[in-house]
Design a protein around this ligand. Structure first.
Ligand code: NAD
Ligand code: IPM
Ligand code: MN
Length: 350
C-alpha cells in the first residue's frame, strides 16, 4: 500500500517534488512512496492528463502530493485533455472539497514581501478555499458560434447548501483552534450564489458555531483589506474562484508564491491532496532555481493531516524555519540558492 503518492507533473513540478522526495526519505524512511505521471506529461504518454489507473492509486494512497501541471506546450490541447482539466478531475475524484492555504510569514522573510515589514511580520492566517464546486465545475459551459458572427462563452457558478455548509464547517472548526475568527468572503451584492453562500454560513454559525466570531466581507473588499491590513484575518473562507485569486495575493504577503503550501481535505479518513499553490512556472522551468519550500511545506501538511506524523511535521517545519534564519534564500526570495541547494539547507537542519 502506498503511503505517499507523488505526482511531480510539469515545468518546475518535478524540480520541487524531487526535493520533497529527498526530505521524505530522510525524515520518514518507512513511508512507502510511489511516483506517477500526471498532467501534461501524462497527456503526452497516454493521451490523458489523469488516467483512471492513477486516479485509483490516488484514492487508495494515504496522501497524494503533486508538484504543478500545465504549460504553453499544452495550450492547444482539447479543453478536457488539458493538464488543468486533469487537476480538476483529480480534486473532484478524490472529493477534496476543503483547500487549506496557510498564509504564514516566516520571521526572517518579513523583508522579502513587497509589503512593508510591519504589515507582514507575524502574519498567520488560513484561507479555506472551496475546491470541488463553483464556476470551475458548473454546467453548462461552452463556447458557441453566433449566427451573426462572433462567439458566445458561458461558464456557470453553482453552489448548493451542503457544498457551502461543509466547507464553512471546516473553517469554523479551524478557527476554534486558532484566534476564533472567521471571515466569509463572497459577492452577495451581485451574485445569487453569493447570497446563498452568506445565508448558509449565517445559519450554520447560529446553529453550531455561535462561539466563533463571524464577519461577512465582500470579496473585492477582502482583496483590498489583505494588502491594507492582512493581520486582521484569522480564517478566511471563500468559494473556489475567489479562493484561487485571494491565495495568490496572500502568497506574496509571505514573501513569494514559492512559499505557500496547501492541503485539500475531504471526508475524515479519506486521503488528502497536497500541493504548492503555485503553477509550473514556465518562465523559470528547467533552470533549477524554483523555490521548493511551498512543496516541502505541503509535505509538512501531509505529515500532519493525512499521515498521522505530527511529530515529524513539527521537526520539518522547524527545520525550514532554521534554514531561513540562517539566510537560505532562492532567487524569488532575493537570494542565489538553487532548488537543490534549498533542499540541502533544509536537510542540514533536520
Ligand atoms: P505560476 O504560479 O506558474 O507562476 C507565476 C510566477 O511565479 C512566475 O513568474 C513564476 O516564475 C513564479 N513562481 C511560481 N512558483 C515559483 C517557485 N516555486 N519559485 C520561484 N518562483 C515561482 O503561474 P502562471 O505562470 O500563471 O501559470 C503557469 C502554468 O501553471 C499554467 O499552465 C497554469 O495553468 C499552471 N498552474 C498550475 C497549478 C497547479 O498545478 N496546481 C497552479 C497554478 C498554475
Ligand atoms: C491553483 C491553480 C489551479 C486552480 C489551476 C491550475 C487549475 O491555479 O491550484 O491555484 O485554479 O485551482
Ligand atoms: Mn491558483
Amino acid at each position: 500500500m502506498t503511503d505517499l503518492l507523488l505526482l511531480p507533473g510539469d515545468g518546475i513540478g518535478p524540480e520541487v517534488t524531487a526535493q520533497v522526495r529527498r526530505i521524505a526519505e530522510a525524515l520518514a524512511p518507512d513511508l512507502a512512496i510511489a511516483e506517477r505521471l500526471f498532467g501534461g506529461c501524462s497527456y503526452d504518454a497516454h493521451g490523458e492528463p489523469l488516467t483512471q489507473a492513477v486516479l485509483a492509486e490516488a484514492k487508495a494512497a494515504k496522501a497524494v502530493l503533486m508538484g504543478a501541471v500545465g504549460g504553453p506546450k499544452w495550450a492547444g490541447a482539447p479543453r478536457d485533455k488539458r493538464p488543468e482539466a486533469g487537476l480538476l478531475a483529480l480534486r473532484a475524484g478524490m472529493e477534496v472539497f476543503a483547500n487549506l492555504r496557510p498564509a504564514l510569514c516566516f520571521q526572517p522573510l518579513a523583508d522579502a514581501s513587497s509589503l512593508k515589514r510591519e504589515l507582514v511580520e507575524g502574519l498567520d492566517f488560513m484561507i479555506v478555499r472551496e475546491l470541488t464546486g463553483g464556476i470551475y465545475f458548473g454546467a453548462p459551459r461552452f463556447i458557441e458560434d453566433l449566427p451573426g458572427g462572433g462567439r458566445r462563452a458561458v461558464d456557470t457558478q453553482v453552489y448548493t447548501t451542503p457544498e457551502i455548509e461543509r466547507v464553512a464547517r471546516v473553517a469554523f472548526q479551524l478557527a476554534r483552534g486558532r484566534r476564533n475568527l472567521v471571515h466569509s468572503a463572497e459577492k452577495s451584492n451581485v451574485m445569487d450564489s453569493g447570497l446563498l453562500w452568506r445565508e448558509v454560513v449565517t445559519d450554520l454559525h447560529a446553529r453550531e458555531f455561535s462561539d466563533v466570531r463571524l464577519e461577512h466581507i465582500l470579496a473585492d473588499n477582502a482583496a483590498m483589506q489583505m494588502v491594507k491590513n492582512p493581520k486582521q484575518f484569522d480564517v478566511l473562507v471563500t468559494d473556489n474562484l475567489f479562493g484561487d485569486i485571494l491565495s495568490d495575493e496572500a502568497a506574496q504577503l509571505t514573501g513569494s508564491l514559492g512559499m505557500l503550501p496547501s492541503a485539500a481535505l475531504g471526508a475524515p479518513g479519506k486521503p488528502g491532496l497536497y500541493e504548492p499553490i503555485h503553477g509550473s512556472a514556465p518562465d523559470i522551468a528547467g533552470q533549477g532555481i524554483a523555490n521548493p519550500l511551498a512543496a516541502i511545506l505541503s509535505f509538512e501538511m501531509a505529515l500532519r493531516w493525512s499521515l498521522d506524523r505530527a511529530d515529524l511535521a513539527d521537526r520539518l517545519f522547524a527545520a525550514v524555519g532554521r534554514a531561513l534564519d540562517r539566510g537560505a534564500r532562492t532567487t524569488d526570495l532575493g537570494g542565489a540558492l538553487s532548488t537543490a541547494q534549498m533542499g540541502d539547507a533544509v536537510l542540514a537542519q533536520l
